[in-house]
Design a protein around this ligand. Structure first.
Ligand SMILES: NC(=O)c1ccc[n+]([C@@H]2O[C@H](COP(=O)([O-])OP(=O)(O)OC[C@H]3O[C@@H](n4cnc5c(N)ncnc54)[C@H](O)[C@@H]3O)[C@@H](O)[C@H]2O)c1
Ligand SMILES: [Zn+2]
Length: 430
């Protein structure tokens, strides 16, 4: 995948499959020995030449990215799993290992039994094991989780036609997805997202990864899951903090892409914060849809370009998470990071003050943090270099000119970042 000439294009189910093909280039010397078939008649040896020889073909791989919303996916009456894990009756029954977020399992007595019962039916893969792993950022910080999943793949003979089903929050999905992608160079992965952030963002991303050296997502890969299932019933047990934190990513994508979506959240902020599911449901679905379309139609699913617009607010967020020893949850850190880059955009003269205040107020009304003392720590700005290194090339940070009008910049002024942090401290104290 390192060859820039390869093009892989995600195909959304609803949209046309996009393929890119460049005609093979003519070779400079068709009599070169490596081009001769072993069965061809002997020919005179070609003149030695220092011309480089290149064999070059572009090719494309089509993907489908399936996102499904449901309630109570493991109830016997729910047929969704049969649709998603369609098995070939003529072939041997494939296997499956379920890996479940322990935070979810603890909050949902009977969940593991329900999974075992649901997969007792031979219309689905054979469940060979169901294991739990610690939820939250621990899942990405502890290398043992990847090993545990790899061990289960080996022990239960999970091959490439079999699957791992991961059920949980974004962190467990990231870590288990990484293990599934490297086992046998990739076994099938079904993601069942159990948090708001998972359902509207993390589980939809085509990224897997774990943290190393205290750095977020330092090890990881791009891969597309078999499907992503968002089970609304699972959200009922989420602690308030994790319910709210997911909506920072919805504010982010609305700021980048959809002013009407921001209006909707502005109108309903308190009801969303207070867990009114009927109000939150369309927000979660709209955000998930925008995210999926960004991946399938945005032209850069595997982030080859230097700009990564969906990472608005994330340079500071990732740094805050690691500086706080992961006490600050990802969604909370994203809220603070968005607030910081929004005020920075205003101080930089790009964004109207009133629009910046509106965005920061919205985050606050959603019950999200907008400030942390670590914003004033000198080490925060090291996050810019870490962010650059992760993407490669020039530093590229997304700022805002207006809602729905992001802009990329290649440097950040230290004193302006500090001024934005100072303003947030005042704003948060109000
Ligand atoms: N791969 C991507 O594209 C992508 C995108 C955004 C975020 N992420 C990652 O996602 C992670 C954050 O995910 P998150 O916000 O879902 O939080 P999380 O995975 O850290 O989970 C938060 C807590 O909720 C618990 N939990 C999960 N589901 C529960 C439920 N239904 N009921 C009760 N408790 C439950 C977990 O055990 C954990 O303690 C970060 O590591 C972030 O980097 C990845
Ligand atoms: Zn994020």
């Amino acid at each position: 995948m390192g060859n820039g000439a390869w093009k892989m294009v995600l195909a959304s189910r609803s949209g046309p499959a996009l393929f890119s093909h460049r005609a093979p280039r003519m070779l400079p010397d068709s009599t070169h020995p490596i081009l001769q078939s072993p069965f061809s008649l002997p020919r005179p040896m070609p003149r030695l030449s220092s011309d480089p020889i290149e064999i070059h073909d572009d090719f494309a791989v089509g993907f489908s990215h399936r996102l499904l919303f449901t309630r109570s996916v493991f109830e016997s009456a729910n047929p969704l799993l049969e649709d998603v894990l369609r098995i070939d009756a003529a072939a041997p029954r494939p296997g499956m290992v379920a890996v479940v977020d322990a935070g979810l399992a603890d909050a949902t007595p009977g969940l593991l039994d329900a999974i075992a019962h649901r997969f007792g039916n031979d219309t689905l893969p054979e469940l060979r094991d169901a294991i739990t792993v610690r939820g939250g950022e621990d899942a990405k910080n502890d290398p043992g989780v990847v090993d545990l999943v790899l061990g289960a793949v080996e022990r239960h003979r999970i091959d490439r036609r079999s699957s791992i089903m991961v059920v949980g929050g974004g962190a467990v999905i990231d870590a288990v997805g990484y293990a599934a992608s490297i086992a046998h160079r990739g076994v099938r992965l079904l993601r069942v997202a159990s948090t708001v952030l998972g359902q509207l963002d993390a589980a939809i991303g085509v990224k897997n990864g774990v943290n190393r050296f205290g750095k977020k997502n330092f090890v990881g890969c791009f891969d597309v899951p078999t499907a992503v299932i968002c089970d609304e019933a699972m959200l009922a047990t989420l602690p308030d903090r994790h319910w709210r934190s997911g909506f920072s990513e919805a504010v982010k994508i609305a700021c980048l892409k959809d002013p009407a979506f921001l209006d909707l959240m502005d109108r309903d902020a308190e009801r969303i914060r207070d867990r009114d599911l009927d109000t939150a449901r369309p927000v979660i679905r709209r955000c998930a849809e925008l995210h999926l379309h960004h991946i399938t139609r945005g032209g850069d699913p595997f982030e080859r370009n230097e700009a990564r617009p969906l990472d608005f607010g994330h340079w500071a967020a990732h740094r805050l998470e690691s500086l706080s020893g992961f006490d600050v949850a990802h969604g909370e850190a994203v809220s603070i990071g968005i607030a910081l880059d929004t005020l920075y955009s205003a101080l930089d003269g790009r964004l109207a003050d009133a629009t910046a205040t509106r965005i920061v107020d919205l985050l606050h009304r959603l019950g999200l943090p907008i400030h942390h003392e670590l914003l004033h720590d000198d080490r925060l700005l090291d996050g810019l270099e870490e962010f650059r290194e992760h993407l490669g090339g020039r530093l590229t940070v997304t700022l805002l000119e207006d809602i729905g009008r992001p802009v990329e910049v290649h440097e950040m002024d230290r004193s302006r970042v500090q001024a934005a942090a100072d303003r947030l401290r005042v704003h948060a104290d109000r």
